[in-house]
Design a protein around this ligand. Structure first.
Ligand code: NAP
Ligand code: GLV
Length: 306
């Protein structure tokens, strides 16, 4: 069995060594143009050339949850496309989203500014019941995030394509229930995959339906957000602020208004990082299962886009 590794912006050495250790019978190499034919590829945002040169791949393993960078590429219909299935990401995402929501509701950003200016003054606490949080996308990550928010006793709502039942979470499903979902939220967390259906879904119309003084946490993809609409809604007071881990252009150009906007907290696409050891263990386990002819979790439905 032969495996190729290629991930843009990532040193291949530790991944190749880790895959060799996890699959001692495999011949594992970093991909280079003209590489000998392989059975599996482990990738992040590969060039079209890799797929054109490797038409006999049985499966492509994406070392992230989102496959929006892979799906536009040409590849044989029979090649399985497998995304990371948690692999240590959901706990990071839960931490990140809870801190963003708590920082806003406990006004920790306001306290930070005040103490820096030498002020030791108390504010009347806000009630968490006044901050119902809606999680868009109740998949591997969204479900964990919704459960974590419940632990802090926030009212939690969730929205997905197919109907769900989650303990303590008021669930909505499909386009027909989107507006009712939004109206039931003051804080909105985006954990949707980026697909033609969800591109630009965070816009003036949808964000305008949140309860006034709303707050946005986008940890999914920059393409979900219409950036000018966010700026307008912040100016108008419909939204009180936003925490954005992802942007349409990463990093944004120096003149981008989000860098210095007082109501926007930016982080550099770091809310849930790929954990190399957990990912290698998961991918190796799936390769072994596929070789035994068993099904694996996390196979992407290309028609659905995630
Ligand atoms: P997932 O398991 O595939 O879950 C996707 C969820 O979105 C599912 O609940 C799905 O509904 C729902 N959904 C998809 N299309 C929809 C639509 N048109 N309308 C309503 N709901 C829709 O994905 P995941 O593992 O939770 O990851 C979610 C996304 O997070 C990834 O695609 C990636 O873009 C992003 N991400 C970001 C970071 C970061 O560091 N910022 C890290 C990891 C992942 P059904 O359940 O009905 O199918
Ligand atoms: C990161 O953004 C991922 O999709 O895993």
């Amino acid at each position: 069995m032969r495996i190729l590794f290629h991930a843009i912006g990532t040193k291949p050495g530790p991944w190749v060594d880790g895959l060799r250790a996890a699959l001692p019978d495999a011949d594992v190499d970093a991909w280079a143009p003209g590489a000998a034919p392989a059975d599996y590829a482990v990738v992040w945002a590969p060039p079209q050339q890799l797929l054109d040169e490797q038409p006999r791949l049985q499966a492509i393993f994406n070392i992230g949850a989102g496959v929006d960078a892979l799906l536009p590429l040409r590849m044989p219909a029979q090649t399985l496309l497998v995304r990371l299935d948690d692999a240590g990401m959901s706990v990071q995402m839960a931490e990140y989203v809870c801190q963003a929501v708590i920082r806003h509701v406990r006004e920790l950003d306001v306290y930070e500014r005040a103490t820096r200016e030498g002020q030791w003054s108390f504010r009347k606490p806000l009630a968490r019941e006044d901050f119902p949080v809606g999680v868009m996308g109740l998949g591997v990550l969204g479900t964990r995030v919704a459960q974590a928010l419940r632990q802090f006793e926030f009212p939690v709502r969730g929205w997905s394509r197919s109907p769900k039942q989650l303990d303590g979470v008021r669930c909505f499903a499909g386009d027909g229930e989107l507006d009712a979902f939004l109206a039931a939220c003051r804080v909105l967390v985006c954990l949707l995959p980026l697909t033609p259906q969800t591109d630009g879904i965070l816009n003036r119309r949808t964000l305008g339906r949140l309860q006034r003084g709303g707050y946005l946490v986008n940890v999914a993809r920059g393409g979900h957000l219409v950036e000018d609409d966010l700026l307008a809604l912040l100016d108008e007071g419909q939204l009180a602020g936003a925490t954005l881990d992802v942007l349409r252009q990463e990093p944004p150009p120096p003149e981008h208004p989000f860098w210095r906007h007082p109501k926007i907290t930016l982080t550099p696409h770091t809310s849930a990082r790929t954990d190399r050891d957990a990912s290698i263990a998961q991918i190796a386990g799936k390769i072994r299962a596929l070789r035994r002819g068993e099904p694996v979790a996390g196979v992407v439905d290309r028609a659905r886009g995630y």
